[in-house]
Design a protein around this ligand. Structure first.
Ligand code: B12
Length: 381
């Protein structure tokens, strides 16, 4: 039997994907996610996207691949394993350390994956001609429903893609092509009656299975949210200083996952459980150099120190008090506000009252003054 051109192209894609370190690759069609537009619209109309206005602004293009790029005929979805080599929950029991989510413990996966996707895309054009576009995360593409339609896994109750072979630890990327490829079969839901990911969420971010209110998700609160962290979540955040893996880690399908074999996606040792004291000491330049090449760099120094201060406030570690006190004089109101909250938790009522009596007088920023008042009110309770 003769092998068709499309089968040969598919064999090339599979081989190149494997060579580039992707654990799984599958193909779907641009019209394969008919439920996504309404679900995305509901997510936005419920306000679940919070301050991620870019989701609302790109609604039509995001929900329908053909609106994003009318020429697209096939979508190749690729997945890279970033499975941790130890239990990410261990660090949660060490309050003087910061918990950084597994995906952020090494090089920015956007950089790692984009280069490799471009290489594969180049091979496709060389073989089949036509045009290609590659996307990882940042483009208005709904990677999870596309991955489910291609059969790489299913969207679990925590909304992320779960695979029977790799559990919840997969990064996704797509190659859009004008080439006609035979689509793979969609995967079906294997969550059953399990609720582990929903019940473990520290901030109750799932109003229902398969639905996430990002405004309550620690990942959103510590990464996307630019302002002060709302009071109701501060204690619940514990020592999670960048992202959160609780729902992913709870997934029973992880028992089939392996640790990432690629050196490039294995954790950086100094980001596994960094001491809060060292992170609080990072100035702007120190932050940029420590997090060079890391996704954490994208949130900037002030937002990051805000997060570390919340963890400091939850640490009961009095040895952090001097450095937190210094941050009361930081140039950023975001940092000063979080430092006030941390001190209100680290100092006794009397010590905090004495400090407030002097330090709050010189504060000119309205939001930071609010932090003083809120902290004093809690102390007076
Ligand atoms: C915005 C965003 C976020 C936001 C919002 C997350 C969210 N769930 O929407 C925040 C900042 C919170 C976030 C957090 C994280 N993210 Co994020 N994020 C994205 C991004 C850029 C867009 C996702 C999106 O379109 N959201 C909009 C909602 C409406 O879409 P949805 O989640 O697919 O929602 C579906 C369900 O609600 C479902 N649905 C609704 N009702 C019903 C009912 C039933 C019965 C069913 C079956 C389904 C269903 O239909 C919707 C449409 O498919 C993608 C990259 C991309 N371009 O796709 C990465 C992405 C989803 N993130 C990723 C990761 C790794 C994370 C974190 C694990 C990082 C961390 N450790 O902190 C957390 C996980 C938190 C979580 N439980 O989702 C990976 C996930 C990989 C995977 N295996 O799925 C992605 C794909 C990036 C990548 N390229 O690898 N993220």
């Amino acid at each position: 039997m003769r092998t068709s051109t499309s089968e040969k192209l598919r064999a090339l894609i599979d081989a190149e994907a494997r060579r580039a370190g992707f654990e799984a690759v599958a193909v779907t069609r641009p019209d394969a996610i008919p439920l996504a537009p309404a679900r995305l619209a509901e997510f936005v109309s419920d306000g679940f996207h919070g301050s991620m206005e870019w989701i609302a602004k790109t609604l039509e293009r995001r929900a329908e691949p053909s609106t994003l790029w009318p020429e697209v005929r096939s979508i190749i979805v690729l997945a890279m394993n970033y499975g941790p080599d130890r239990d990410p929950r261990d660090v949660l029991a060490k309050p003087d350390r910061g918990a950084i989510s597994v995906y952020a413990q090494n090089r920015d996966y956007h950089d790692v994956m984009k280069g490799r996707l471009k290489e594969i895309a180049g091979k496709i054009v060389a073989r089949a001609g036509g045009d290609v576009k590659v996307f990882v995360d940042t483009a208005p593409v709904m990677e999870k429903p596309l991955a489910e339609a291609a059969g790489l896994g299913w969207q679990g109750k925590h909304t992320n893609l779960v695979s029977r072979a790799h559990g919840s630890w997969l990064f996704l990327g797509t190659i859009f092509t004008t080439a006609e490829l035979e689509p793979d079969k969609a995967e079906i839901d294997h969550c059953g009656s399990c609720r582990a990911c929903l019940d473990v969420c520290p901030t109750d971010a799932f109003p229902a299975p398969y639905r996430l209110d990002a405004r309550r998700c620690i990942s959103y609160l510590t990464i996307e949210n630019k302002g002060p962290i709302p009071h109701e979540f501060r204690e619940k955040i514990g020592n999670r200083i960048y992202g959160c893996d609780d729902c992913l880690t709870a997934c029973p399908w992880n028992k089939f996952a392996s640790a990432a074999s690629e050196v490039k996606l294995a954790a950086r040792d100094d980001l596994r459980e960094p001491p809060l004291s060292e992170l609080l000491a990072l100035d702007e330049a120190g932050f940029r150099s420590f997090f060079s090449g890391s996704p954490i760099k994208r949130i900037g120094h002030d937002r990051f120190i805000r997060n570390v201060l919340i963890a400091a406030g939850n640490s009961s570690d009095a040895s952090l008090t001097p450095i937190v006190r210094r941050l009361l004089h930081d140039g950023s109101p975001l940092v000063r506000g979080a430092a006030i909250w941390a001190l209100s938790r680290l100092l006794s009522d009397r010590e905090f009252g004495d400090l407030a009596a002097t330090a709050s007088k010189t504060e000119t920023d309205a939001a930071v003054r609010e932090e003083w008042l809120a902290a004093l009110a809690v102390k007076a309770d």
